[in-house]
Design a protein around this ligand. Structure first.
Ligand SMILES: Nc1ncnc2c1ncn2[C@@H]1O[C@H](COP(=O)(O)OP(=O)(O)OP(=O)(O)O)[C@@H](O)[C@H]1O
Length: 250
């Protein structure tokens, strides 16, 4: 019997009251230990996809099912999905007034030693002195983003969904982001990386191109990247989107 993929989105549609489809019959698989990329321009539906997988209440699918390790999780809450080992690193991480960086990181691994916390910080190029800082408005958005990646690094989830892992993190070069994926994969985590950057997508094992809430293309990252760079225009351009659709169906 073949093993079920870690994550399987089967024909997922998410829409708004006005009928706008944010995701339209999206089917995506993430294999065990795989790094899967979802590439798309602004407004393609990437963050919607992340929220739908994580189970945010206002992103419940109208139709389709979500399976995790072969189990149907479509009806599960965020907390229940998190308990199964799914975590989301948000595009814009929240502030947590009144807790230190060390306390914040220990939310991901309660028994982490100081050395492990320092190692996690070092991994995302932050100095150890940050452990005593507060996760409040004095930390920049880029610093909070780095800390969030450090917390995923410590957590070692079964599935890490990284929404624009480089957004606001000007000093994390592509090599650092890829190093993070590979390290997570070494720990046994699968990664779903959501990005508008073709270079990040091309470092994945498999990639999907999302356009106007639809999967336009899936396959080898190099092919998806080439298509994205040569043919893909703004998702808000309905003429271009229909052209892409008709090219796809040829
Ligand atoms: N709650 C909502 N109500 C109405 N429209 C929404 C809602 N959330 C998202 N959208 C719309 O759905 C589309 C997809 O949004 P989404 O944030 O998923 O795109 P994205 O690919 O992550 O874009 P970006 O790269 O700009 O972050 C956009 O047109 C957006 O305006």
């Amino acid at each position: 019997m073949t093993e079920a993929p870690l994550l399987y989105l089967d024909d997922i549609t998410v829409s708004r009251e006005n009928g706008k489809k944010l995701l339209d019959k999206v089917t995506i698989k993430v294999g065990h230990g795989e790094i899967t990329g979802v590439l798309g321009r602004n407004g393609a539906g990437k963050t919607t996809l992340a929220y739908t997988i994580m189970g945010l209440p206002s992103y419940k699918p109208d139709s389709g099912r979500i399976f995790f390790e072969g189990e149907d999780i479509t009806g599960l809450s965020i907390t229940e999905r998190a308990r199964l080992g799914i975590t989301l690193a948000w595009q814009y991480p929240a502030r947590y007034e009144g807790i230190t960086v060390a306390e914040y990181l220990r939310l991901s691994r309660r028994d982490a030693t100081k050395r492990e916390l320092e190692e996690a910080l070092d991994f995302i190029q932050m100095e150890a002195f940050y452990l005593d800082r507060f996760v409040d408005k004095a930390l920049s958005g880029g610093e909070r983003k780095r800390l969030e990646l450090a917390s995923v690094y410590l957590m070692r989830p079964k599935l890490a969904i990284l929404d624009e892992p480089d957004s606001g993190v000007d000093m994390l070069a592509i090599g650092d982001v890829v190093r993070l994926f590979k390290r997570l994969a070494d720990f046994g985590s699968s990664v779903l990386v959501i990005t508008h950057r073709d270079d990040i997508a091309s470092a994945c094992d498999r990639a999907y191109l999302l356009c106007n809430g639809k999967v336009m293309l899936e396959g080898q990252p190099v092919a998806v990247k080439q298509y994205y760079m040569s043919l893909c225009g703004p998702c808000s351009d309905p003429l271009l989107a229909s052209e892409v659709t008709s090219n796809e169906s040829k």
